[in-house]
Design a protein around this ligand. Structure first.
Ligand code: ADP
Ligand code: MG
Length: 464
């Protein structure tokens, strides 16, 4: 996109500010929040920066506002005020010229795009929505606050907020829950909006059937009349080229016509294997919100809410114990709680630490396994907000090289793997590289107490 005309000096300063921020916040956050910022002007000490949505403005201002200003002032003393404002973008169609401005003045179904009046006769293609998965049942904490806020925004607006909203995170961390919550909320608040939720596998099934019956035209029509399309677990749309192609076009059609698309996957768009590059990059255009592994506090919060809902009193010690020991995902944590409660009701005994250990011995053992290098890489990447792929990549920028060294150091400390074995797990690096990383981290730990605390925190999290 051609930017506005700016003094080259200012442009260079802005590039440096962005570079610094990028190395501070990591690639993932940078891509989601800072890359879409456009510097529009610097006049009378005010830098005006445009963002595409109000949500984005609020987030950027509250999370990066101060830092943005500090860095700017560091580059250019004359700058005094940073004004982040919303400038609605026009659609950026991938393979066709823009036909109309996107986000503005779109009244529901009034743009002549499919859907006119045929509401009753439309076949229901959405999978059933579970009424128990609501926003009010979703416990929010640091690891999922962004995904939650974004999902809420989507459900609260009668026009597309960011397209697509891409939710990603590991198994059992609440992706499906949030999608159902969007459906429940939207259907209650905007009954006229047509919400369709389906698994990616189902989507493929429909499409392949349409191909077989040479009926892809009505397939497309069906999706065109949808206001909110949610496709769960798109990591399963891979390999099948024709389906990807179709998905891509359906997707573009919907986005171009300002319909909201919500996608979930277990990986970020750029890490989706077997998916065409152009589709991957398209999926990353809207807002990418990752759900991080649960924290101890979040698990505790979830146990509070769920036990209250079950109407049982669980001793604080037991909740702490469970939160400490069942860390894999929320589904398992929920399962453990249900089992403990069911057991106590059946045998008519109180819930104690001892009964808990007894009833859950198999789950506890499974959660007790030794820490693996993959886990270390995952935790460390999350902690420093870099892509897990950068643990293996050849990139040497400090923002990724340092976390990689920390992960190598922890791998040496916490596993019984040899230096060459560790090197192999980090993109086939030499054992001397691992040795150097270990030494470097030890030195930094001596020299920098904040860094030292950071590493110790990671270590404790991994050791549990
Ligand atoms: P995913 O689709 O990411 O694999 P789900 O949405 O199916 O995960 O979540 C698994 C279970 O955990 C569901 O029962 C869901 O209600 C519950 N769950 C996940 N995260 C939360 C949360 N933050 N608060 C309450 N329940 C949650
Ligand atoms: Mg799911």
């Amino acid at each position: 996109m051609p930017g506005p005309r700016l003094d080259p000096k200012i442009t260079a300063q802005w590039a440096r500010v962005r570079g610094l921020l990028r190395s501070e916040v990591g690639d993932a956050s940078y891509r989601s929040w800072l890359k879409p910022l456009t510097l529009v002007s610097v006049i009378d000490g005010t830098a005006k920066i445009a963002v595409p949505t109000r949500f984005m403005r609020d987030w950027v201002v509250s999370h990066y506002g101060d830092r943005l200003r500090e860095l700017w002032v560091g580059e250019n003393e004359d700058i005094d005020v940073i004004d982040v404002f919303v400038q609605t973008p026009t659609t950026r169609p991938l393979n066709r010229p823009a036909e109309k401005p996107a986000v503005a003045q779109q009244a529901n179904g009034s743009n002549g795009f499919a859907s006119s009046g045929a509401t009753e006769s439309r076949p229901e293609i959405s999978a059933p929505i579970d009424p128990r998965f609501t926003f009010s049942n979703f416990v929010v904490g640091k690891p999922n606050e962004l995904a939650y806020a974004a999902a809420r925004r989507v459900a609260d607006s009668d026009e597309a907020s960011f397209n697509p909203l891409f939710l990603y995170g590991g198994v059992g961390l609440g992706k499906t829950h949030l999608m159902h919550a969007i459906a429940n909320h939207t259907r209650a608040k905007f009954p006229e909006r047509r919400v369709v939720y389906m698994s990616a596998e189902k989507f493929m099934f429909h499409f392949i059937r349409a191909l077989r019956f040479k009926d892809t035209v009505s397939f497309k029509e069906t999706f065109r009349s949808v206001d909110v399309l949610m496709i769960d677990d798109v990591q399963f749309i891979n390999g099948k080229e024709a389906t990807q192609e179709e998905f891509f076009h359906t997707f573009n059609d919907l986005v171009d016509n300002n319909r909201q698309v919500v996608i979930s996957a277990d990986k970020s768009p750029s890490d989706l294997e077997g998916m065409e590059e152009r589709l991957r990059s398209r999926l990353g255009w809207g807002l990418v919100a990752d759900i991080h592994a649960t924290s101890f506090e979040l698990r505790l919060g979830i146990l509070d809410v769920k036990s209250e809902r079950l109407g049982v009193e669980i001793p604080a010690k037991v909740k702490e114990f469970l939160s400490h020991r069942i860390t894999s995902n929320v589904r398992e944590l929920e399962g453990a709680l249900n089992r403990v409660v069911a057991h106590s009701e059946l045998v008519g005994r109180e819930i104690t630490l001892e009964t808990c250990q007894e009833v859950l011995h198999d789950i506890l053992r499974a959660n007790d396994r030794r820490v693996t290098i993959e886990e270390i890489q995952k935790r460390v990447s999350e902690h420093f907000n870099i892509r897990i792929a950068d643990m293996h990549s050849a990139r040497r920028a400090r923002a990724v090289a340092r976390p990689r060294q920390v992960a190598m150091y922890l791998a040496k400390q916490l596993t019984s793997r040899s230096l060459p074995e560790i090197g192999r797990k980090f993109g086939g690096r030499d054992h001397t590289t691992v040795m150097h990383a270990v030494k470097k981290v030890e030195e930094l730990r001596q020299a920098d107490s904040a860094f030292c605390e950071d590493v110790d925190l990671l270590r404790r999290m991994l050791e549990r």
